[in-house]
Ligand binder design. Structure first.
Ligand SMILES: [Zn+2]
Length: 319
């Protein structure tokens, strides 16, 4: 007596399964697409590099300061301000490197989270670090001009910036937090190896003085016991006075400086003048503030640029 009833239930259950499967199939069709990537806008190349290393394939990443451009005097366009507003996260370097007056406002940011990756690193005061004879010209218009913003050029500071990037990405995208932290740990072990290479290579060299294009290498010099003599100030648009040029030339002669360093994205004119005056050679010391389109094409990145820099430092500082 029960049989027809149970078979009716079985039939209904089967029908229900088919319907569910049908529904499931319909909603499943658009689902195979990749999950939406985290939209991140970054200001400058060092932050772009660390975000790329940590974010891997999980980010929709946009860089604002274009290849070959100097970040110190860059200003965002209206289009770039819209890109920032529509991102989940805006990562910038901070410490006065970029001019962020137009960006760090409630109007531009909207709901976008802004994070300065350098915020955990104590800043060097250039005036304290610099030889009293070679104070740079004033940059009152740039606000933080007396604080050295080039933290990433010390590989151990770079590790802190990598950690800051990972923390910001993890907070903005919790499901991938472990992925970001793992990538950061992997990259930081490469930075630790780079630090060891610098320590080993520079420890035994007799010379300590580096004459640089602008005052970008204060943290690197402090880490490895070098002394930086910058031709220009913290930003490369600050022309030295004739007195300062003469003082640098005098210093190079007195200390028998063999090479003057210049940068790939700044005119080498002043470095060439000093080299000509003193008979010194010229070598690149790249502050990795921006890469040229050519350097990007060659696949240059932070680690390779820092190893190129080390090779040139070894050349300049040996007997
Ligand atoms: Zn700089």
């Amino acid at each position: 007596m029960k049989k027809p009833f149970t078979s009716l239930i079985a039939a209904l259950a089967a029908l229900l399964l088919i319907l569910q499967a049908g529904c499931g199939a319909r909603t499943a069709t658009p689902a195979p697409e990749a999950p939406a990537k985290l939209k991140v806008v970054v200001s400058v190349y060092p932050v772009y590099e660390f975000a790329r290393q940590v974010g891997g394939d999980k980010l929709d990443l946009a860089l604002l300061v274009p290849p070959g451009a100097e970040p110190h005097d860059w200003e965002p366009s209206a289009k770039e301000i819209i890109a920032i507003k529509t991102a989940k996260l805006f990562l910038h370097h901070g410490a006065g490197l970029e001019n962020l007056a137009k960006i760090l406002t409630p109007e531009t940011l909207g709901a976008t989270q802004a994070v300065a990756v350098s915020s955990g690193i104590p800043a060097l005061d250039l005036d304290a670090a610099e030889d009293a004879d070679h104070k740079h010209g004033g940059h009152a218009d740039k606000g933080h001009a007396h604080t050295d913003a080039h933290m990433w050029l010390d590989p151990l500071n770079a590790q802190k910036e990598v950690d800051a990037v990972a923390a910001a990405l993890a907070a903005a995208d919790p499901p991938n937090a472990d992925y970001y932290r793992q990538n950061a740990a992997n990259y930081n072990s490469k930075l630790a190896a780079l630090d060891q290479e610098y320590k080993t290579a520079l420890a035994g060299l007799p010379r300590r003085d580096i004459v640089t294009s602008h005052a970008a290498f204060g943290y690197l010099a402090a880490r490895y016991g070098l002394r930086q003599l910058p031709i220009m100030g913290l930003a490369p648009d600050s022309e030295p006075t004739p007195e300062k040029m003469a003082a640098i030339v005098r210093f190079c002669r007195e200390h028998n400086v063999k090479y003057i360093f210049f940068e790939t994205i700044v005119s080498p004119r002043l470095a060439e003048t000093i080299a000509r005056e003193t008979g010194a050679g010229l070598l690149v010391l790249n502050p990795f503030e921006s890469l040229t389109a050519d350097e990007i094409k060659q696949g240059k990145d932070y680690l390779s640029v820092m190893r190129d820099n080390l090779a040139n430092l070894k050349k300049a500082l040996r007997q």
